[in-house]
Design a protein around this ligand. Structure first.
Ligand SMILES: Cc1cc2nc3c(=O)[nH]c(=O)nc-3n(C[C@H](O)[C@H](O)[C@H](O)COP(=O)(O)OP(=O)(O)OC[C@H]3O[C@@H](n4cnc5c(N)ncnc54)[C@H](O)[C@@H]3O)c2cc1C
Length: 264
């Protein structure tokens, strides 16, 4: 079966990888450029084949203040769901996300068919391209933007990119593989991470201009969009949900592709 994938970032290519492992053909529709990955991101589970040669580090998770203070600091008073210091164990393994994405890109980028503006109209016009898995930000393909709600939090984040000469050690000294979540009012940052020799510092939106080193980043929380129910949505932006990680795209695509909906 030919599986149609939207988006060629880490989530889209992880889904493509699942399809190929299951013996399917793939067509990928996306803006044809490699996603940039800044700072201390990591794979929480290895991806078959592409993570097999890569190293694994043990991450130490620490919390300053309480989980409640952290929840309010990052997401404000309206959010009552769980936060990462509650969801993740204090020590857990991490795999190199950049190395895995580099390998996925080397294998699958030749399958990308450039499309600059996938939109609800494009989706309608290409209704015959099924089965389909989308990692495009869900609001970009939503057919009923006035009815569907997309909840998000905006934060400031600065991530190290040594290949561009961007380092953050002048702001904070960190070593080892560590994530510090900070619910206290001082210091202002709410999370500082140092993983695979790269640091990320994140500040709440209200930190405003004091986070001059960072860029505004949208963190999806949840949505009630029911558009394109036959399309599997993957990735944090594709699903527009909190807590979604790159390895989930592989797992969800693999599971979905094993169902009878795809293999009648
Ligand atoms: C601060 C922060 C930290 C995170 N840390 C981690 C982590 O440690 N581990 C982890 O697994 N995940 C993490 N995530 C979540 C997420 O997995 C990463 O952000 C990941 O890099 C996103 O990959 P993606 O493929 O979903 O999105 P993207 O890399 O943005 O890919 C989207 C693709 O769709 C294409 N596209 C978008 N719109 C259109 C359009 N209209 N038409 C055509 N093409 C389009 C783009 O060109 C791109 O190819 C983090 C997220 C944030 C915000």
């Amino acid at each position: 079966v030919t599986i149609h994938i939207l988006g060629c970032g880490p989530a889209g290519l992880a889904a493509a990888h699942a399809a190929v492992i299951l013996g399917h053909d793939i067509r990928i529709f996306s803006r044809n450029r490699k996603s940039e990955m800044y700072g201390a991101q990591y794979l929480h589970k290895p991806l078959p084949i592409v993570s097999e040669l890569g190293g694994c580090e043990i991450i130490k998770y620490m919390l300053m203040g309480t989980a409640d203070q952290y929840r309010r600091k990052v997401y404000g008073d309206d959010y009552t769901g769980t936060v990462s210091p509650e969801d993740l164990t204090k020590e857990h393994p991490a795999w190199d996300i950049r190395e895995a994405y580099d390998r996925l890109w080397n294998i699958y980028s030749k399958s990308v068919e450039p499309v600059d503006n996938i939109s609800p109209r494009w989706m309608l016009f290409n209704k015959q391209l099924r089965p389909m898995i989308s990692s495009i930000p869900l609001p970009e393909i939503c057919f009923h933007p006035s009815m569907c709600n997309f909840m998000e939090a905006i934060i400031w984040a600065a991530g190290e990119a040594p290949e561009r000469g961007t380092r953050l050690s002048h702001l904070l000294q960190m070593d080892g593989s560590t994530v510090i979540c900070n619910g206290l009012d001082n210091p202002l940052w709410y999370r500082a991470s140092h993983i695979f020799d790269r640091m990320t510092i994140e500040w709440p939106w209200r930190a405003g201009p004091s986070a001059m080193t960072g860029a505004a980043v949208v963190k999806p929380i949840r949505n009630n969009c029911l558009c394109w129910p036959e399309v599997l949505k993957v990735g944090r932006y594709g699903k527009w949900e909190k807590g979604v990680l790159v390895h989930h795209a592989f797992e969800e695509a693999y599971k979905w592709l094993c169902t009878s909906a795809v293999n009648p």
